[in-house]
Write a protein that binds this ligand. Sequence first.
Ligand code: HEC
Length: 166
Amino acid sequence: MKRLFVGLLASASAIAFVALAAETKTMGDPSPIYGVTLPEGYRQWQLIAPAEEAEPLNELRAVVGNATAIDAYRKRQMPFPDGSVLVKVAWKRVRSDEFEPASVPGDATTVQVMVKDSKKYASTGGWGFGRFVDGAPADEEQHRTCFACHEARVMAHDYVFTRWAH
Ligand code: HEC
């Protein structure tokens, strides 16, 4: 009986470990300055809101979050807790061949990531930034722009632009 109990405990902690590992697992090279990597499975994450930019980039976008970030949105928790990850996925905006007024996603352009770790990234509002094109991180110069813009415009919203699309 005792052995069974110990076995059960061991497998419960193994499951907890796997769950934790799944949450933080990343892939590919890290971004310069911040060392942020692409989080595994982000394409299955929940949508927070779509976005669009007209000229010059002409993009359709979607901002998604991991479970910690989504939970914070639900509870209107601000600042976002450590472990929150937000990802912005973008595509070229293309006119639909099948229905003129509609826009559809063309080629994927960039994937941008924000990771909350209030200690590690204390000097940039607790957020680490990563920008990726075809899975490869963009250069250092581009990463210098991230916090500057987010800080200038949305400091009061924990440096996050995207509001929940109800
Ligand atoms: C000139 C301003 C500007 C710069 C520079 C910028 N962003 Fe943003 N970012 C935005 C805006 C505006 C949004 C809201 C979504 C949209 O309109 O695309 C956004 C959204 C995001 C989001 C989704 C969470 C949120 O805040 O809404 C992530 C992740 C992100 N940016 C990462 C980055 C990274 C990484 C960089 C640097 C490589 C960067 N951003 C540089 C303006 C900027």
